[in-house]
Structures are given as structure tokens and as C-alpha cells.
Design a binder for this molecule. Structure first.
Ligand code: DON
Length: 302
């Protein structure tokens, strides 16, 4: 498999130069568009890396997977009274459906949905951002993972759209805590810096029936892992989930920092990263890498 990731690294780099680095959060615009990394973690603990796989980057919406996992672990299906389970067909930061649908976001992987999930975290923990940082450290086995204060400050400064969503949802009774506290928790999660290798290891529980590699213990039930994979498959790639399913055919989650995590249930987790994004907000080179990987593995699940 090591020779495969090296070949994928070479071929994915041929797409560098396509797409654009996210700039609506100014700190993200500082990323170098020419970086590319890939890391695979198999369920037996083997790790394969190539390129900039050990370079920490802003995980952004990849954190929505950790947030959702914690909320479902704590509250189970009660969460679905406050957040939907269907693709939105709209950009991840759209407000359009929220008013018409009385403050209930379409799914937990768009910003509004993750803000509701972050509200759960604020209710449950005295220091929610520290809790999520601890979870990232525990699941990856890397105790040096940090929240990037520069990105966090930039997100806070440019929070208007997310704040508008949060206040609208609060007006509909779907946010319990103060909006500023919820946004701080949400932005802190987005601002975690992790590498492809950290993320492939940390999210391996989704490939391994809920069993966390770094702790050697069960993190969630097999049933919950299966359900989270289903939501990733239908909603994880913004409004391009259908395109991605056609090209790659795996449950996956994307972030505007350029990372994509994908899961081959029962077998492995993989993270590819490159900062330049296509029009839907998905990394051009990372998508290409995952397409090459599923072709090699012959394991599309759909
Ligand atoms: O709130 C934002 O817009 C970013 N912190 C996260 C964006 C992202 O990666 C896409 N989300 N679904």
C-alpha cells in the first residue's frame, strides 16, 4: 500500500494549480495551495503516508464529524428533533432554508446543523473547546494537537453569517445557550490543527465499528458508527455529495481547509489534504487522490 500512496501523491500533485484557496476566512487564505498530503490508517493499525501527510492544517468542517459523534453518543436519536438527516442541496453556509423550516437545519454537516450540535456540547461541558481538543488528542494519540488561535480570531471577526444563523435558530427555540458561547465552541472545533495522519488515525473508529485505535477501546457502538457513515455518505461533501459518490463512492467529510476524510468500513480510514478548493468547497487534489485510491482498492461501497 505504501507504493500506492506514493503513486497517488505523484498523480494528485498534477492537479495542483486548479481551484482556489478559501478566502472568506482571511486566515485560511494564507495557506500554500501547493501542499498535498495523504495518510491511510488500516484497521489493524498500519499507517501509510505520502507528501505533506504530517503537516498540521485547519480541519474546519472535518470537526463536524467529532461534534456529531459526541452529540449522538450523549443524546442518541433525540438529536434528530433539532437537526434533520437529509442533504440540503444548498451551500454549507446558506440561510435560505432555515427561515422556511422554522430553524431546524437540514443536516448536522452544514454550518447551521453543526451550530445546533455545538449547542449540545456547550450544555454538556464547562469547557467545550478544551473537551473537543482533548477528544482529538485522545483519538489521534497525538497530545500536541492545538486550536489555532489565529484562525479562531479570524473566524470570530468574520462571524456575521454564522451568527445570523445562530440567532435565527435561537429565535425559533433551537439554541439553548448564549449565541456567543455556542459560536466560540463551533469556531474552536473548526480551528483545530491536525495532520492527515492525525485525522486518519482519529477517525478510524468509523471504519472499525466504533473501536478507537489509539485507545484500544470502544468509542461508539458499531450501530452508531454505521449511522454516522451513512450521514457522511449523503451529506458529507456539501451540495456535491452526489458528484463525490459517483466519483469515489465512500462516506466522506470535507472541510474548507482542504482536508477530506473518507472511510472504507471494515477496512481503513484515509485523509487527503490540499488547500485549493473547487466551486463547491471541496479540495480538488484531495478528491482526485481519493478517486485514485478507490480505483486501486476496488472498494467503492456504492
Ligand atoms: O463556519 C465556517 O464557515 C467554517 N468555519 C467551516 C466551513 C467548512 O469547512 C464547511 N462546512 N460545512
Amino acid at each position: 500500500m505504501q507504493s500506492w500512496v506514493e503513486e497517488i501523491d505523484r498523480r494528485a500533485r498534477e492537479t495542483l494549480g486548479q481551484g482556489r484557496v478559501a478566502d472568506y476566512i482571511p486566515a485560511l487564505a494564507e495557506q500554500d495551495a501547493n501542499r498535498f498530503g495523504i495518510a491511510i490508517c488500516t484497521n489493524d493499525g498500519a499507517r501509510y503516508t505520502a507528501g505533506d501527510a504530517q503537516e498540521p492544517f485547519s480541519i474546519q468542517s472535518l470537526s463536524k464529524v467529532f461534534l456529531l459523534t459526541l452529540a449522538l453518543r450523549a443524546h442518541g436519536d433525540a438529536l434528530w428533533q433539532r437537526v434533520g438527516l437529509n442533504p440540503s442541496g444548498m451551500p454549507f453556509n446558506s440561510l435560505t432554508q432555515l427561515e422556511a423550516e422554522r430553524g431546524k437545519p437540514r443536516n448536522p454537516f452544514i454550518n447551521a446543523g453543526a451550530i445546533v450540535v455545538a449547542d449540545h456540547l456547550v450544555s454538556a461541558f464547562a469547557t467545550p473547546s478544551k473537551h473537543i481538543q482533548d477528544i482529538a488528542r485522545t483519538l489521534s494519540g497525538n497530545a500536541s494537537i492545538l486550536i489555532d488561535r489565529h484562525v479562531l480570531a479570524s473566524e470570530w471577526q468574520h462571524r456575521s453569517r454564522n451568527a445570523a444563523m445562530a440567532y435565527l435558530m435561537k429565535a425559533f427555540g433551537n439554541i439553548d445557550n448564549e449565541v456567543d458561547a455556542v459560536l466560540d465552541a463551533y469556531f474552536s472545533c473548526c480551528s483545530l490543527r491536525m495532520s492527515c495522519l492525525d485525522l486518519a488515525v482519529a477517525m478510524n473508529y468509523l471504519a472499525a465499528d466504533g473501536h478507537a485505535l489509539a485507545t484500544g477501546k470502544s468509542f461508539i457502538t458499531p450501530d452508531l458508527a454505521r449511522r454516522i457513515n451513512s450521514i457522511m455518505f449523503t451529506c458529507g461533501m456539501y451540495d456535491a455529495a452526489g458528484d463525490f459518490a459517483y466519483r469515489v463512492g465512500l462516506p466522506a467529510k470535507s472541510g474548507v481547509g482542504g482536508g477530506i476524510v473518507a472511510i472504507v468500513p471494515g477496512r481503513l480510514s484515509v485523509c487527503a489534504w490540499s488547500p485549493a478548493l473547487d466551486a463547491a468547497g471541496n479540495s480538488v487534489a484531495a478528491q482526485h487522490a481519493l478517486e485514485l485510491l478507490t480505483d486501486k482498492l476496488g472498494v467503492r461501497i456504492a
